[in-house]
Design a protein around this ligand. Structure first.
Ligand code: NAP
Ligand code: NAG
Length: 331
């Protein structure tokens, strides 16, 4: 049988190209860096928001593997949180040594009342809090407001966590050396803080709102680190990169589902995606750093607009005012 040599050539190219694309994407899209620290978390109590799925759940699992004393999964849905707790217990079931105590607690960041109730409970029942991970977040959701009237991205990603962190600060200070890990995103670079339209009443863009809330995360972590100087509580801002999680729930869900495999090729999975967050949680090398931003487990300089101390202070004061923290302090 005669086979056209051109056919063989093209068939060869067709067969080899997925492999070539795969290798190329590995080169350009994947972070090669993993958390190199082997430190354990013995004796540590760690609180993670949005820990029922995605990066939060993976971070919780990593902490359990490193023998944390206690994990608090702060989630808006207790059933989903219990399921995650069960998964983590199961995954660390046959691990040698210490078993982490895992508790779930209700925290809905769309409600400042929920944040206050949650923090009151934590402050009352926990003798220590060594590491706080502000991980929960919404991404590109349709226009919506929180219970307190804030635009959803601003409310959940920034303001809810702003109040949460402040209400847990005394406990963190008491537990020093302690860490606060703020999960931001590289998309902060596209964000802008528009004080004249904070809740997007005049114009709303999903990606813009998300990016701005992530810029707020960066500004918050910088300002917080300045305010915490000398307290032994360090602040780390982590950018996970592009990770395949449920975060795309509002973004072309059908297409994403159909192209699951292809999409998966270009994204990190959670075990890779969590590395920068994990590094900020455990790495001893970072023990004297605070107020920095990390990508691929490495410090990355932040862009000029995010370094603006006046802007950071103004955002802090705005956040204090709208969350009622300022009033609380005066009383
Ligand atoms: N995945 C990425 O590519 C990527 C890239 C850069 C940054 N990040 C950041 O990484 C963090 C985690 O994202 P992910 O990818 O793991 O997303 P995810 O899979 O969508 O998980 C988000 C978590 O936040 C929780 N959450 C949402 N709204 C909440 C609320 N009102 N109160 C309490 N919890 C709430 C979710 O709870 P439910 O399950 O109940 O909804 C879920 O546990 C986010 O801050 C995100 O901005 C992710
Ligand atoms: C952090 O600072 C302390 C006190 O100055 C020092 O002993 C320690 O080696 C430093 N750690 C790192 C990782 O640089």
């Amino acid at each position: 049988m005669d086979v056209d040599p051109r056919f063989i050539l093209w068939a060869g190219i067709a067969a080899a190209s997925p492999l070539a694309i795969y290798l190329l994407h590995w080169q350009f899209f994947m972070s090669a860096n993993v958390c190199k620290s082997l430190e354990l978390l013995i004796g540590k109590t760690i609180l993670i928001t949005g820990a029922n799925t995605g990066l939060g759940k993976q971070a919780a699992l990593e902490c359990a593997k490193r023998q944390a004393k206690k994990l608090i999964l702060a989630c808006r849905n207790l059933q989903r949180a219990e399921e995650a707790a069960r998964d983590i217990r199961k995954a660390t079931e046959f691990q040698d040594g210490f078993k982490t105590e895992i508790v779930v607690m209700k925290l809905d960041l769309t409600s400042l009342d929920s944040v206050r109730t949650f923090c009151a409970q934590v402050n009352e029942q926990e003798p220590q809090l060594d590491i706080l991970v502000n991980n929960a977040g919404v991404f590109r959701c349709p226009y919506a407001k929180t219970e307190d009237g804030f635009e959803m991205h601003l409310g959940v990603n920034h303001l809810g966590h702003f109040l949460l962190t402040n209400l847990l600060l005394n406990l963190l200070k008491k537990s020093a050396p302690a860490r606060i890990v703020v999960v931001s995103s590289f998309l902060y670079k596209q964000g802008a803080i528009k004080f004249d339209d904070m809740n997007c009443d005049r114009s709303y863009g999903r990606l813009e709102a998300y990016s701005s809330s992530k810029l707020a995360n960066v500004l918050f972590s910088c300002e917080l680190s300045r305010r915490l100087k000398g307290t032994g509580v360090n602040v780390y801002c982590a950018n996970p990169g592009i990770v395949r999680t449920n975060i795309l729930r509002y973004s072309i869900p059908l297409l994403v589902k159909m192209l699951d495999y292809v999409v998966g090729m270009f994204f990190q999975d959670v075990t890779q995606g969590v590395q920068t967050i994990l590094n900020c949680i455990v790495s001893k090398e970072l023990e004297n750093e605070s107020g920095c931003y990390y990508t691929d487990c490495l410090k990355e300089p932040i862009i000029k607009s995010a370094k603006d101390e006046v802007l950071a202070k103004k955002l802090w004061e705005y956040s204090e005012m709208v969350t009622g923290l300022a009033i609380q302090r005066e009383q």
